[in-house]
Design a protein around this ligand. Structure first.
Ligand code: NAD
Length: 301
């Protein structure tokens, strides 16, 4: 089994490291324009992994990416303070365009973090010959973890017993699914008056980190490793990820966060949850915003 990680920056290096410790792959190749950085990261994490894992971790080039089982796409500019993810569309669509041209092999599943992740995941799918299920946009796991953290503070519960999911865009129009929040498996009623503040706290979560330490790392890289784990072990676990819709939730021609059953083929099924009227309305609004961005991204290719 082979994982190619494109980008040896904060996210790419963290993903490679988290995955290496799980001993899931025979080989991890790290590809970056900055080859020295990729070599240094590969060496450093090889030393760390040596006592836990037999995965071989090496710097690689795009030529080495053929025959990948999973490709983690993390290359691209990150946000700076005050920027939205949408502000990165133009610069990162260009980077994705360069990545598309390479051979990754017939079995590859692409797990993309590069922002704005939903339209980037969408454009990657339309310029390639792979079926739509091979494109797994990463963001929903992270937004859901942040929702869980905020909810636990609000409800005064332990975060690990508090479950909540976020669907919709990995961005300003994300949709926390309040109707499915549970604590210890029991549904939890969140007062309507509390919801706007909770939504705002989740929306602001990433910038609270970026403004202090320059970028997020621990939460997204653990989440990407969880997603890759679910794919490689064919777990059939449901995790919110961005998927290319073809009529599900009433939308097409867009990549957006939805509950995805993950397995060896990537998105094995888009699970259609019963949403409340207001949740579906918020999801529709988010989908329309993303369709516009997907169109803009497509025009840049
Ligand atoms: P970074 O600047 O630390 O690293 C980006 C790396 O990409 C750099 O090392 C750069 O050399 C490399 N790169 C650029 N063009 C390349 C190309 N054509 N081929 C190979 N490598 C190339 O940035 P980061 O903090 O690692 O963030 C990476 C991306 O992930 C950003 O777009 C960021 O916004 C996004 N992100 C997404 C999530 C999410 O949940 N989806 C979370 C955090 C960050």
């Amino acid at each position: 089994m082979k994982l190619t990680v494109i980008g040896a920056g904060t996210i790419g290096a963290g993903v490679a490291y988290n995955v290496a410790l799980r001993d899931l792959f025979d080989e991890i190749r790290i590809v970056d324009l900055n080859e020295e950085k990729a070599q240094g990261e590969a060496l450093d994490m090889s030393h760390a992994a040596a006592t836990f894992s037999d995965t071989i971790i090496r710097q690689g080039s795009y030529e080495d990416a053929d025959g990948s089982d999973v490709v983690a796409v993390t290359a691209g500019k990150p946000r700076k303070e005050g920027m939205t993810r949408a502000d990165l569309l133009e610069v990162n669509a260009e980077i994705m365009d360069a990545i598309h041209d390479n051979e990754f092999g017939d079995d590859a599943v692409f797990v993309t973090t590069t922002n704005p992740m939903d339209p980037i995941n969408y454009t990657h799918s339309i310029v390639s010959d792979y079926p739509r299920e091979r494109f797994v946009g990463f963001g929903g796991w992270l937004d859901s973890a942040r929702f869980q953290y905020v909810l636990a503070k609000q409800l005064d519960t332990a975060p690990s017993t508090t479950e909540g999911h976020v669907i919709g865009a990995h961005g300003e129009t994300q949709v926390p699914v309040f109707s499915r929040v549970t604590v210890n498996g029991q549904s939890a009623d969140i007062p309507d008056d509390d919801k706007p503040e909770i939504k705002e706290q989740i929306r602001q979560s990433a910038m609270d980190v970026i403004s202090r330490k320059g970028g997020t790392q621990w939460a997204p890289t653990l989440g990407v490793a969880e997603v890759i784990d679910a794919i490689v072990r064919d777990e059939q676990r449901v995790i919110p990820c961005s998927a290319i819709l073809d009529g599900e939730y009433g939308h097409k021609n867009v990549s957006i966060g939805v509950p995805c059953r993950l397995g060896r083929n990537g998105v094995e099924e888009i699970v259609e949850w019963d949403l409340t009227g207001s949740e579906q309305e918020a999801f529709d609004e988010s989908a329309e915003t993303l369709k516009e961005m997907c169109g803009e991204a497509e025009a840049l290719l």
